[in-house]
Design a protein around this ligand. Structure first.
Ligand code: 5GP
Ligand code: ZN
Length: 105
């Protein structure tokens, strides 16, 4: 069994409020929202952290950023924050790369 909690959400082994999904990306509500809107947008590929990305991930990271904006537009957010915690010393708690999409707009 996969120990990564976000891989388990991807595999539908544990529930989440999923708001978007395609072949490469899934987005869902953060369990403990820190803003009026707080989604997590993640690649389905397990990458533990930004500390592990390399040149082969350029397309994936670009697509992920564009997808964050698509989701923000779909949800009529007039402004938002994209936030990535990088590494344990950067505040990262779940080691599957994710972008926090936060908005009070
Ligand atoms: P990090 O500190 O790693 O950047 O953020 C991890 C985020 O994942 C936190 O905001 C936390 O609330 C959220 N989170 C942790 N476990 C779960 C879970 O099981 N389901 C969902 N939807 N969010 C989670
Ligand atoms: Zn994972």
């Amino acid at each position: 069994m996969n120990e990564c909690i976000f891989c388990r959400i991807i595999n539908k082994e544990i529930p989440a409020q999923i708001i978007y999904e395609d072949d490469n990306v899934i987005a869902f509500h953060d369990l403990h929202p820190k803003a009026k809107t707080h989604y997590l947008v993640i690649p389905k590929k397990h990458i533990a952290s930004m500390l592990e990305v390399n040149d082969t991930d350029t397309q994936l990271l670009g697509d992920l950023c564009v997808k964050v904006n698509d989701i923000a537009q779909d949800h009529h957010l007039e402004g938002y924050q994209m936030h990535i915690n990088v590494g344990a010393k950067g505040g990262q708690e779940v080691f599957h790369l994710h972008i926090h999409l936060l908005s009070n707009a």
